[in-house]
Design a protein around this ligand. Structure first.
Ligand SMILES: *Cc1c(COP(=O)(O)O)cnc(C)c1O
Length: 406
């Protein structure tokens, strides 16, 4: 292993990769469960989970087994042919959710691109070509293609790429009056994250999602839930919509869906799906057998009472540690989110410094995330061991102390 990595260092990144990321100054080379090791053999507790992706930790035996078995069987067919792992996975998702039809893509961006195109197309063929308005929210994140980044509510990501797709309006999150003010019969969809992830780990209020459902019904618009981050068990239910009892028309899933293997899905009803026909949309890799086999294995484990109930027990342990750190250092003004998507907003005196805490945490041997400049974010494995939570939080407390004491 050592010789394999000697020629490759963090500085290689700056020589060969586009400067769109600022990765930490170490390179992870190995993972097991909720622990990761870097090139120098330093060990980390992983509370970042590859940004809410590795929901069963690193190298989970059942996922490794699924990957190996499918890897020796059939890797790829394209959509000129279908394949068994994709059909099996679609059945599992349909049996466990509101969905009657599913389509697979490769990333959250692509699932959302599919959702937004479907919403526009459905309105176009069922109602009117002028019914194209999409209502979305400030601070929302829906991906990085030009359409999805434009529906996202963060101009810092969407400005500077020329004209944006038209007819997209943004209003404040959790503000039903603001939605009412822009809602009309020309609206084809309202797009919302039940828990805003990148935007600061903010959960929608039940009244807000219920109100959106009623407004969409009144104006024959589709309600689209982006559950790329909040779905697949992260909230303690399979999908966050299940907490709210508000059923969307379209839902997107990615991140944890493949447990680390790239795959995404868009879920909808038979009626809405039927607005598309052969040729309306597509993807070469979408529904790839390797990805679907791994996702199928992950699904079988995540969608069990043991794992889903464990999420809220583990959340309680995280929150206990965060509150203790807060008593000691007076660091957070709010601890929020749902399940194992946990946000901790920094007090005014530490505003803008989330990255400093993140880098200090890595120095102490714990990987954490931020959600914007003012919020620390924890998105660990759903099956993280309690002992890993204790150890990782002890390391995070040390890191917090080092930042606070300069
Ligand atoms: C991460 C994320 C996306 C984008 O997913 P990619 O796989 O990076 O394309 C979209 N929506 C939400 C809510 C996300 O958290």
């Amino acid at each position: 292993m050592a010789t394999e990595h000697t020629a490759i260092t963090r500085s290689t990144f700056d020589e060969v990769i586009l400067p769109i990321y600022a990765p930490a100054d170490f390179i992870p080379v190995k993972g097991k469960g909720s622990r990761v090791w870097d090139q120098q053999g330093k060990e980390y507790v992983d509370f970042a989970g590859g940004i809410a992706v590795t929901a069963l930790g690193h190298c989970h035996p059942a996922l490794v087994e699924a990957l190996k078995t499918q890897g020796e069987t059939l890797w790829h067919t394209s959509n000129v042919f279908t394949n068994e792992p994709a059909l099996r996975l679609a059945r599992k998702i349909i049996d466990a959710s509101f969905a009657e039809r599913v389509v697979f893509m490769n990333s959250g961006t692509e699932a959302n691109e599919t959702a937004f195109k479907l919403a526009r197309h459905y309105a176009c063929v069922r109602h009117s070509p002028f019914k194209s308005k999409i209502i979305a929210f400030h601070n929302a994140f829906h991906g990085r293609s030009l359409f999805t980044v434009s529906v996202g509510g963060q101009p810092k990501y969407s400005d500077g790429f020329g004209p944006k797709p038209a007819d997209i309006v943004h209003v404040p999150f959790n503000d039903l009056h603001a939605v009412k003010a822009v809602m009309d019969d020309h609206t084809c969809a309202v797009v919302v994250e039940p828990i805003q992830g990148e935007g600061g780990v903010t959960a929608a209020t039940p009244e807000f999602l219920q109100g959106l459902r009623a407004l969409c019904d009144e104006h024959q618009a589709l309600l689209v839930f982006d559950e790329v981050q909040s779905g697949m068990g992260r909230s303690g239910e399979l999908f966050a919509y299940m907490h709210y009892g508000v059923i969307p028309d379209i839902l997107t899933s990615a991140k944890a869906l493949g447990g680390g293997f790239p795959i995404s899905a868009m879920l909808t009803t038979q009626d809405i799906a039927s607005a598309f026909h052969a040729g309306s949309h597509g993807s070469t890799y979408g529904g790839n057998p390797l990805a679907c086999a791994v996702a199928g294995a992950a699904f079988d484990i995540i969608n069990t009472p043991e794992v889903l109930n464990g999420v809220n027990e583990k959340r309680a342990l995280f929150v206990k540690h965060l509150e203790k750190i807060n008593q000691q250092y007076d660091l957070f003004s709010d601890i929020r989110g749902m399940g194992l998507l946990i946000g901790a907003e920094l007090k005014p005196q530490y505003k803008g410094r989330a990255r400093d805490f993140l880098y200090a945490a890595a120095g102490e041997g714990v990987m954490v995330l931020n959600a914007g400049p003012d919020v620390m974010r924890f998105a660990p494995s759903l099956v993280v061991e309690d002992s890993d939570i204790d150890e990782g939080m002890a390391r995070f407390a040390k890191a917090a102390a080092s930042v606070i004491n300069g």
